[in-house]
Write a protein of this length. Sequence first.
Length: 380
Amino acid sequence: MEEGLLIKLASILSTVKDKEAILKKSFKIFSELSEDSLFLIYLFSESSQLKLIYPESLPPQFSWLKGKAESKEILKIKRAKVKNIVFSISSLPIKLYSKEIGKLVIIEKEAKKLSLKKRKILEVGVKFLALGIKSKQAEDSLKKKEERLSLLSEVSSTVVSNRYLKEILDLIVVLTSQVLNSKICSVMLLDEERQELFIVATQSLSPLYRNKPNLKVGQSISGRVIKEKRPITVLDVTKEPGYMYPEIARKEGIVSMLSVPMMIKDRPIGVINLYTDSPHVFTPEEIATLLAVANQSAVAIENTNLSTELLASKEALEVRKLIERAKGILMRKLEVGEEEAYRILQKKSMDLRKSMKEVSEAVILAEQVSNISVSNKNVA
């Protein structure tokens, strides 16, 4: 009968793909070993904290464990006496190779302890469970890699599109937040003159977050990222001494943070911030993905700046041509030198409160009208 349980467990682990289902069915199989015992499955979270996974609720005969199981106090207890019944408490590590990924806690009546054979079967079962969890984690990891590659592809397509910069950045924060499973993603740009960071894009709808004050370079986490030109992670911003807005973080329900710089060559132009709603240890893959997104975002910003500069240069060249043409007209009409003609244009610009471009265009237009009049007289 006991060996049949192992066959059941092996069958489940080879066919069930959902991690929650693997844990639930494994718990049920362990419970079949003894009706008088209770099994608690704990797994380590990403922040290396043990968390009770199963059971979701305690059987009535084990109601005395309420609070002790969730708080992990039970792990410190070896024996307990409840209503003249003595319970023995032990645990088996759930290990994958040499790494412990959780614990199976066994609570059994002293008078009806598991036989040595059942104990051995339980030990093998725990190993099967670890392999099942690992298989699911590998599958999840592959899926995450595919999602991250898809994100980078989407961001690349967005960057080279004809969208406006604000629209590009808004789309990038939405895509990044979805793929990296964050509560808030935001882009902050650097005002080089004021040496301040300000929010330009976020998928957060909260006015409290959107209207956060600007940050000075070197200030808070984002300011440090700009100054040090490197990614920084924080497990809990509400407890981080250097984080400037812990109250906003508490109200928004944000905990862990990843901040990476947006760089153009060796020059930081801003940061991308990622926040989670629970403690999270960011993996090297997550950091690398956000850095890649930051690099592509920086390219989009730089391309927009270059386009703006190009248009400004083109306009400045056109204005210079107009001024030169207007100067030539004044030099010929008024018989003055180049400097005097320029001074006349400049004075007229100041007197009329018009730009040099507008004054020059007026001079050229007047010349064209005069030429038309002369031409009409000659025809007559």
